[in-house]
Design a binder for this molecule. Sequence first.
Ligand code: NAD
Length: 392
Amino acid sequence: MVIKPKVRGFICTNAHPTGCAASVKEQITYVHQQGDITNKPKNVLVIGCSTGYGLASRITSAFGAGAKTLGICFEKEPTEKRTGTAGWYNTAAFHKEAENADLYAKSINGDAFSHEIKEQTVKIIKQDLGKIDLVVYSLASPRRTDPDTGVSYMSTLKPVGDPIVSKTFNTSKKEVHEISLESASQEEINNTIKVMGGEDWELWIQVLSEAGVLADNCITTSYTYIGKELTQPIYGYATIGKAKEDLDRASAALKQDYSSIGLKAYVTSLKAVVTQSSSAIPVMPLYISLMYQVMKDDGVHEGVIEQIYGLFDQLLLADNPPLDEGKRLRMDGVETNDDIQGKIKAIWPKVTTENFPVLGDYKGYNEDFLKLFGFGFDGVDYDAEVSPLAAW
Ligand code: NAD
């Protein structure tokens, strides 16, 4: 079939296998250009390995450290008539590249929140790897079913406290306009914490520890976004921010509970980038477009692979990395510094639908968005027939 992007609101409902392979290759090339990272993990488990920050973590582990990687993701397999999801194709491409480089790679496709997938993971680690020395927790999901009770919870993206009015960019209508967001109820806050907070990260570490597959001095990280004034009403101080605060609680608990094996558990704050998850958050497409413009103008723009390579090379695997006041690792220092934020804040009130293409980098935002699904890569013939089938 010939595959062209089918964009519906903030999601693209199909993906291009050759384009996704080009995307994976581009990240691998970046890592090769930087050279090996300093402290190399040997066996890495990436939970949420198929797109965004998790995929970049897997690529950096494998191609920057020569690590064996086991990945967990939740992706849709293609059929003869329907393309798979981008994460499916990314994973297929990653496996192919790993095989060519003689690197061990296995992936499990299923619900990481379930007991079943955790058990499968332990089985493969025992069989193939022995022990894991780095666990990256990079799930982003709108829902979670509690594996003990079977109750499903939905996360919400709403302010906490007072309702807010903010500027946003509607990616379907291509309009800058104001939106009003009602504040979350306590139940919505609790549910968001249940989905995106630290409970499942703790369950993973518990299962891995009980199975005896965590190496001494194992490192684990989950990822957060902290942001500043412009995003705090809808992120940092909102329902998702409450869930992220729960990651801070979980990292402290993990360090204490597994001190006997010297577990290092970090929450890492990363910069805002275009991913399938961030494009679903109100206000973020506008903020990211303006931030991209400012950071590109200043020559300090970074995407997922630059952030993760930097994290792995400088902070995550170091003996005593610098931590912020919340004991987190920070890779978002350039985005959140006063100079960059000041420039974004100066543009923010002036942005209208008409001047948005000039004041903001919507072109860059949109190109990055389409690239998430494998569209827009040089060297890929998007008019050519391509089989949607790809296996791993
Ligand atoms: P993403 O949507 O690109 O990736 C999510 C991953 O989770 C995919 O691999 C997907 O398959 C997997 N997944 C989702 N539900 C699953 C399930 N039930 N079982 C197994 N796998 C499942 O998201 P992302 O933006 O890379 O986010 C990853 C983490 O980084 C999140 O914690 C997010 O909050 C954080 N973060 C993101 C940004 C940003 O701007 N995108 C910034 C800072 C921090």
